[in-house]
Unconditional design. Structure first.
Length: 54
């Protein structure tokens, strides 16, 4: 009985993970990376590569 519950829980978590993986990268990938250097940006400010250049 407990084994069935554990297996169902793991299957449920796997399905949730697949749906989360499908939705999340599309939402965050546009905003979170700098188009010039490809570094991840944190916050709303400009990328550090733009601060150094000018």
């Amino acid at each position: 009985m407990i084994l069935k519950i554990v297996i169902l829980f793991l299957v449920f978590m796997g399905v949730l993970g697949m749906f989360g993986k499908l939705r999340r990268p599309k939402l965050l990938s546009r905003r979170s990376k700098c188009p010039d250097c490809g570094r991840h940006r944190i916050g709303k400010g400009p990328c550090p590569c733009k601060k150094v250049r000018g």
